[in-house]
Ligand binder design. Sequence first.
Ligand code: MRU
Length: 346
Amino acid sequence: MFKTVEWKGSAVVMIDQRLLPGEEVYRRYTGYKEVAGAIKEMVVRGAPAIGVAAAMGVALGASKIKAKDYQTFRKEFDKVADLLASTRPTAVNLFWAIERMKKVAAENRALPIPELKERLIKEAKEIHRDDIEINRTIGKHGGRLLKDRSTVLTHCNAGALATAGYGTALGVIRGAIEAGKKIKVFADETRPFLQGSRLTAWELKKDKIDVTLITDNMAGYMMKKGLIDAVVVGADRIAANGDVANKIGTYSVAVLAREHKIPFYVAAPLSTIDLKIGHGDEIPIEERDTSEVTHVKGNRIAPRGIKVRNPAFDVTPNSLVTGIITERGVVRRPYSKGLKGLFRKG
Ligand code: MRU
């Protein structure tokens, strides 16, 4: 089985997702600036995975700080954290993981610096380990929502490649299959970065899960034909009112699902829920390089000088969401109350 991101010795190792499905290449990073570059350049992507990578980047950066006292250490540490936080704006897991690392630094300020560095590495490893556990629990809760012999449509990649392992949306599919259900999957290609065709199709096929690839504009046709029973997607940030930011095109799928009376589920850990943001409109949406739209594998597919937009995410209003599947159970409308309640539990 492949490893999305891993702490190995004193380095962070990641599978280079830009090269999949053609090549399985692992990159080894020994500096936090390189880890930040890898997040920005999409070597690693997917909300929980970039959170884990950022935490490991912080630990890596901290381990190289030469300071002897906490104050000087903290100054350098904040520079490391700030750079990692500047890599991608939409997925809140990135900021959540960095904040968790900052908290550990502050709480352990009395430790000798070498021990503090060890403590930070331990925390990053814990974030990694917890994420896999959380996804398995999401898979158990979500798996119950899928009927035996059903076909699920997913968009983008919310799988093992987007997390420390197992996946959120794909975790739900894996959970249902592990519970003995027969599940088929339709994977949207997910233009322009092709996370669906390059990554979801790759990891499901590797797992011998029945997957059929379609281009994004085929989803409506498949739904109208009665070939889709449920939609399950991941999320990059969920606002306090249940609005969901996820990969561009998710909103269109949700609108189609409503028209065809198909349940539309979002699977995400609590670290994706941002109670500080009241409404989806306040979620920062990353706008990526236009070459992702005008070029495919270096080949131009649009006229030179054409005006291009490339928002990487969109927001699905809570009214289109049937349920949000978390590690603490499934939340349904009214989301404001339900999402808040999750943080009070256990
Ligand atoms: O731009 P990406 O590939 O990082 O976007 C990923 C997504 O939109 C995923 O659906 C989301 O992060 C959930 S991953 C469990």
